[in-house]
Design a protein around this ligand. Sequence first.
Ligand SMILES: [Zn+2]
Length: 294
Amino acid sequence: MTAKMMGPIRATTHRFALGEAEVTTILDGVHQREGINPPFATDMSDEQIATTAAANNLPSHGFEHTYTPVVVNTGKELVLFDTGFGAGGRDSHAGLLRQRLAEVGYAPEDIDVVAFTHCHPDHISGVMEGDAPAFPNARYAIGRKEFDTWKSGYGIPAQRAQNRELFVKLIPPLADRMTFLEDGDSVVPGLTAEAAFGHSLGHMMFRLESAGKSLLIWGDVTNHYVFSLQHPESTVAFDDDKDAAKATRIRVLDMVANDGLLVAGHHMPFPSLGYVERSGGSYRWVPATYQLRV
Ligand SMILES: [Zn+2]
């Protein structure tokens, strides 16, 4: 008998214990995009890009962009980091966070806090479901500078005009349930916000600490696991303040490599968990494996 072809299958949810906390990463969706430059490596030649891609067993004609919100159960509160594309993404292989939350045992009503790394569409669109808050019992946490710059529009690049409209529609109406974070502020006990400005003007990352273990939820400090780490100095079209984004990328990569920190990266390959090691004068993404279980 000839077995029939079943089509590809991939993991879309992942959970592990970190100290006394539980961390679940959930794939909101996947987009395949043409080309590497842009958005990445805008100062590299086609030949350099092809060489880097081939050295990492990747094609150079395009890439897969994955979107991975994170849920942390601190033992006291359930915190969701970023909300994916929401309903607007569901006709294009994204916006699946809500469905997949149910698959891992959480109802939207269970989320106590929604924390935003920043306000690009893949991070905020899922905060509403139709006309109602998607996580009806949640309060919100966002960087003060991130909120203020999108609200005023000051310094927001022209390519983000539509994004700003989306922000104005979705986020300020929730402000009465929102905490505005400065560098070093606590979101809930064990979760600290850290400034990581550049990818967006007020981009934040979050450090979870539980029973001696740490996880850095770095949002979009890097957007490609090869090009952003092996060429962190390259200009990225996605970055709203390109010089600040480069400086932040290099600072955070250096810190993570020095400290051996575990990272959850929104656009790192699913389950989006790994480490950074120094390699050839820059850095390399090392996916997490059984060290999270053993
Ligand atoms: Zn993003």
